[in-house]
Design a protein around this ligand. Sequence first.
Ligand SMILES: Cc1cc2nc3c(=O)[nH]c(=O)nc-3n(C[C@H](O)[C@H](O)[C@H](O)COP(=O)(O)O)c2cc1C
Length: 204
Amino acid sequence: MKDPAESFHTLAEDRHSVRHFRDTPVARNLIERVLQTAIQAPSAHNRQPWRFVVLTKRADRELLAAAMGERLRADRSIDGDPENAIERDLANSWMLITGAPVVILLCMTMEDMDHYGDDRRESAEHHMGIQSVAMAGENLLLAAHAEGLGASWLCAPLFSADNVRRAFDLPPSWEPQGLILIGYPQDESRKRTRRGLNEVTQWR
Ligand SMILES: Cc1cc2nc3c(=O)[nH]c(=O)nc-3n(C[C@H](O)[C@H](O)[C@H](O)COP(=O)(O)O)c2cc1C
């Protein structure tokens, strides 16, 4: 049997973003298994501020893509980007989001987090909430990979939070942070390179 530590390192090293999927549906118990591992992540004060919205119906993925697309179109028009570039971008993200059998919207709630009377500490606490959700997100990506699924984090809900909230009538405290596409990979996608450890580390 392979050394468990080595198996884990290999899993993390092999994981890469997958954005194109086969039509094959993903069984609900497999999605639940992956989410169970996601929620084992550490979180600030163990308050577990992650919230998930699992979209398996195409109509819901289209609703999400449309809500986010509306914001993207408005933002890029304000930037003065050429109309055809905006339409290309919108078509690409529509394809990605509607083409994934499962989309998990990742949200964060400050409901159970601490609150302070000053902006500095309030902001630090808000960051801790976001960091905690990101940890659940990475667990989710690794668990999906371990199960032979492909997955990728997309940031669009962060840029269109109000549109997404409205489209799905989310509880008021749920702050959209990102989404994760999940499905069986359509083809071999490549692992992106990483900077060398020496470049990103200071030993003191
Ligand atoms: C917070 C975050 C936001 C991301 N947003 C997007 C995105 O909007 N679109 C996209 O195609 N990939 C997105 N990604 C995936 C990254 O592009 C990808 O992880 C990175 O290029 C490294 O590639 P790898 O995951 O294959 O190792 C995001 C990843 C993270 C962690």
